[in-house]
Design a binder for this molecule. Sequence first.
Ligand SMILES: *Cc1c(COP(=O)(O)O)cnc(C)c1O
Length: 376
Amino acid sequence: MSTNPQARSWIRVRADALKQNFSRLRDEVGPETRIIPMVKADGYGLGVKQTVRTLQAEDPWGWGVATADEGLELREIGVEDPIIVFCPLTGESLDRALSGDLQLTVSSLMGLDEVITRAYKLDRKPHVHVDINTGMGRTGFDWRVASSWLPRLQEAASDSINWVGFFTHLHSADEDELSVHNQWSRLQEVLAQLKNPPDGLMVHLLNSSGLFRTPDYAAAAVRPGIFLYGGEVGVDQPSPVPLVSLHARVIHVGEVSEGYTLGYGATYRADGPERWATLGIGYGDGLPRSLGNRGSAFLGGVRVPIIGRISMDMTVVNITDVPKVAVGDIATLIGANGPERITVDDVAELAGTISYEVLTGFTDRLPRVWTGLNGS
Ligand SMILES: *Cc1c(COP(=O)(O)O)cnc(C)c1O
């Protein structure tokens, strides 16, 4: 196992697993469909630079981000591929996105007008993907009233914008296939009303779960995120290769007798003589606090329970049944122990959330230690 000798806790990320997950997606959609890896929120918290460097070898069509800054960060590291910003932008961030040659998404006529005005001032012709709201609700032109916005959009498309794409976002592909069919039909309804759509207009809607559930809807491009990063995409769907493991060192070992209490609120009390090991990780690192008295870790080859409340910087496990544990030993909070495994999804479920929030919740205090990177 590769470790960082200075760190008290860290995340290990396997570049080879990221590549395998990409290949799995590629196999699913075939060679013709463009793949747009979503690398927003620092590559789902794992490190966008390493993610892009790893996936560039697989030759994706472009990249998906959420903000202008995320797109510009990719430009700074030399990414020349198309980069699509999936949240609507206004004002100064829109100017910066245009200056960085980022592709934009528009969700309203007002948004479209601002894009056109600002692009004109900067002497640019913006690359635009039109967002259609087919049920997600948070952004996009309303699919039911295309006649109220489509004519203006088509007019703009003929002179002031490069109309690159047309897309929607799925709300329940991980659990409800019917909803995907409905959203697809709504998108098709709008598409059918286009007069002289631009050549090669790129239609895209599938996220990771949609991609496995309804690969027939892959259209021109797909936008996978969580599967690449090792998150499950629904029951009875393929599992990704895990690429993340989370480790923390033992920073203290203590022996206690019956009645000793542990942590804030003294929510744990020793039943008899026990041994406790304190790990150098807490919710300040992004370990969900709700794992207190519920989660577990691997230490000394054994699964040990997290006891007491997790504090900002420390977490305690019960090592009464583990013969030899010393300060400096490494515990695994996500990862494998022989055939046993604690996955990101296991942690998310225990914490009452989703893998996405667990991954993006890890803070800067935790080094991301990548293994198997190209050229390293
Ligand atoms: C985040 C995001 C995705 C990726 O979704 P996953 O469920 O992580 O695969 C796709 N499209 C858009 C617009 C997104 O914001």
